[in-house]
Design a protein around this ligand. Structure first.
Ligand code: NCD
Length: 298
């Protein structure tokens, strides 16, 4: 599979072969820090939802490869979207200037509409509750580095499985390896049925009972902004907390992942635990995005 010149809109675009090549390239960049692969190229980052890590990570990746960045972090309120410009036209326009477009948008179909207009590759930095491909890539890279591979691992996926795009993307990506999933969520926030196709999984509402089986403990917060009201989201807050008591039951060699931000589900009392990887993931994310940019534009 060749990613050169392709839009990266969905996690489903990746197969095992391309993932292993991407991980090797990311590891290579981790060793040398960067190179001139994006010299003379420009990335446009169009963010229509809040972001700390993802936008900085893409932009840092571009800069570490000697490329340049133009950025709008508040497209919804401060772009021609306010004048009713269509996504198609925005894609057409920005692609006359930039060599690659990275966009985050609350509406799942928006990325596809922008890509239809764009004459350069468009990369999905999170489209509503649906998908967040590069987060899944960096999560998988983190696991791959930790265990020397992914086949045969048991991956616990914990939290808001209904609305978390990160957890959706993880399931879609890790499906490429023979992993077994343990899904832990409130019943009302279970994984969408279509994502369960073709995978081996069990479901539980009792984290303390199943945490001991997990090699990977992957956690994401309740996605409050996707609920009808804060009150509705509030009833699920703090239901599954990976605290010291839970980690005492986990495998010694397990790793705890989270895309961040964390709130109640990962209390700071576990920050000294040697199994947490959520800050390491942030660092890995830059190398993974560097590798992806090289494969798409290099
Ligand atoms: C996540 C996101 O935006 O989906 N954050 C990220 O990209 N690192 C996770 C979240 O908001 O909970």
């Amino acid at each position: 599979m060749n990613l050169k010149g392709q839009h990266i809109l969905s996690t489903r675009q990746f197969d095992k072969e391309v993932l292993l090549r991407l991980f090797a390239q990311a590891q290579n960049y981790e060793g040398k820090g960067g190179d001139g692969a994006m010299k003379g190229k420009i990335m446009a980052t169009l963010f229509c939802e809040p972001s700390t890590r993802t936008r900085f990570s893409f932009e840092t990746a571009m800069l570490r490869l000697s490329g340049n960045v133009v950025s709008n972090f508040d497209m919804m309120n401060n772009s021609s979207f306010t004048k009713r410009e269509t996504l198609f036209d925005t894609g057409k326009v920005v692609s006359q200037m930039a060599d690659v477009i990275v966009m985050r948008h609350p509406e799942p179909s928006a990325l596809h509409e922008l890509a239809r207009g764009s004459e350069v590759p468009v990369i999905n930095a999170g489209n509503g509750p649906e998908d967040h491909p590069t987060q899944a890539l960096l999560d998988a890279y983190t696991i791959w580095k930790e265990f020397g591979g992914l086949d045969g691992l048991t991956v616990g996926v914990i939290g808001d499985l209904k609305y978390s795009r990160v957890l959706h993307s993880q399931v879609m990506l890790l499906k490429n390896f023979g992993v077994k999933f343990v899904f832990v969520s409130p019943k009302e926030l279970g994984l969408p049925e279509e994502l369960k196709e073709g995978i081996e999984f069990v479901e539980s509402e009792d984290l303390s009972e199943v945490v001991g089986e997990m090699d990977v403990i992957s956690v994401n917060r309740i996605q409050e902004e996707r609920f009808a009201s804060k009150e509705e989201a509030g009833q699920f807050r703090g239901k599954f907390v990976v605290n010291k008591v839970i980690l005492a039951k986990a495998k010694e060699k397990a790793v705890v992942l989270c895309p961040l931000p964390r709130v109640e589900e990962l209390p700071t009392e576990i920050d000294e635990d040697l199994r947490i990887r959520f800050f390491q993931q942030v660092k890995n994310g830059v190398f993974v995005r560097m590798a992806l940019l090289k494969m798409v534009l290099g």
